[in-house]
Design a protein around this ligand. Structure first.
Ligand code: AN7
Length: 354
């Protein structure tokens, strides 16, 4: 049957009814791509797969939660929604609100949003407000305002966001034909690691899978509150999507880590950019820097001999956002093309065919 979005596909696992007006852009059903080069870097018997969430309608995994949050907001009679964002939540909220006819207000940290995401929020006609503060400050303001005024919060503190994002776990299991042995995922506000773990457990309870994966979460080294066990007042990383110092789902991320016998570790900006370049130049998969943290993390663990098992097993890395989201970072990571005369001889000389 034709794909009609993830609520339609997974409604038996989601808090929706026949009365829920489903607002969908046909999100979900993103490809799970085998990564031969990265697999070879990790270990002989290990297969690494990439869950390419950048292929959702607005270019990130946020659409999974947003189709649920906006559908339920509409069902509950809301007229306006609001979020704080490092970029992707605002892009997704803006698009789904446009579709639903809801007013969308977004608070972003001044100067810290990748250009593609800012363009998305604006083109979808959200009311975009930049604050002189970071993401954590923006979220504090949004929580206070949505508590007091008739505006629905659509950050991942909204339980419907997490519910929608559980579908990432169902898809991974359905696509692999079994649960992965390990799930590797970037951690920012910690909603997605929470959602995947909830999803795997729910799929197990439903008898769809037998075992549960180990959850490996990765924060950027300059924005690693969970790893350092303390709030980071002034987080720093080139991976602006996960530049978050006080994650909303801190405790449930720790629970996912502990219940699954996994870990939450940090990766440096250098490690993130290395993985970013390996993904684009060796696997043909273009992601934004934050997404590369999941691959950077398993590369780091492999170097420290974390993967010692002799059995064959699968690792799924969640690649949360598309590379085109952050064009400035891409341009900083490449060499500008040469400019030559428009002549056959010049082209032949340039490519070494003279
Ligand atoms: C590409 O858009 O928090 O740990 O405001 O955009 O669930 O927060 C984005 C987060 C990973 C971290 N990768 O996920 C926002 C925002 C990308 C992201 C994360 C984000 P969570």
């Amino acid at each position: 049957m034709k794909w009609q979005g993830l609520i339609n596909k997974y409604k038996e696992y989601l808090p929706v009814s026949n009365k829920t007006p489903i607002v969908s852009l046909n999100e979900g059903n993103t490809p799970l791509i085998f990564a031969p080069h990265i697999s070879s870097l990790i270990g002989e018997k290990i297969k690494v797969f990439l869950k390419y969430e950048g292929l959702n309608p607005t270019g990130s995994f946020k659409d999974r939660g947003m189709t649920m949050a906006i559908s339920k907001a509409l069902e509950d009679g809301a007229h306006a929604v609001m979020c704080a964002s490092t970029g992707n939540t605002s892009a997704s909220a803006a698009a789904y609100s446009a579709r639903a006819g809801l007013k969308c207000i977004v608070l972003i940290p001044k100067g810290a949003i990748a250009l593609g995401k800012l363009a998305q929020a604006l083109i979808h006609k959200a009311h975009v407000i930049a604050i002189d503060g970071n993401f954590d400050d923006a979220l504090t303001l949004v929580k206070e305002i949505t508590n007091k005024y008739p505006v629905t919060l659509v950050n991942s503190l909204n339980p419907y966001r997490i519910e929608g994002q559980t579908t990432g776990a169902y898809e991974v299991c359905d696509q692999l034909g079994s649960p992965p042995d390990i799930l590797s995922i970037p951690v920012g506000n910690a909603g997605n690691i929470t959602a995947y773990w909830k999803g795997f457990k729910r799929y197990q309870e439903a008898g769809k899978i037998e075992s549960l994966p180990k959850m490996l979460g990765f924060q950027a080294a300059g924005a690693a509150p969970i790893v350092n066990k303390k709030i980071i007042e002034d987080p720093k990383t080139i991976a602006t999507a996960i530049k978050i110092g006080n994650p909303a789902s801190w405790q449930s991320a720790e629970a996912a880590r502990d219940e699954s016998n996994g870990l939450i570790d940090s990766v440096t900006d250098e490690e993130i950019l290395n993985a970013y370049k390996i993904l684009s130049s060796k696997e043909g998969v273009f992601v934004e820097p934050a997404s590369a943290a999941s691959v950077a993390g398993i590369l780091k663990l492999a170097q420290n001999n974390y993967f010692t098992e002799n059995d064959e097993y699968n690792i799924v890395c969640v690649l949360t956002g598309h590379g085109l989201k952050d064009p400035d970072r891409a341009i900083k990571s490449i060499e500008e093309p040469v400019i030559i005369p428009a002549k056959v001889e010049s082209v032949l000389k340039e490519i070494g065919f003279e």
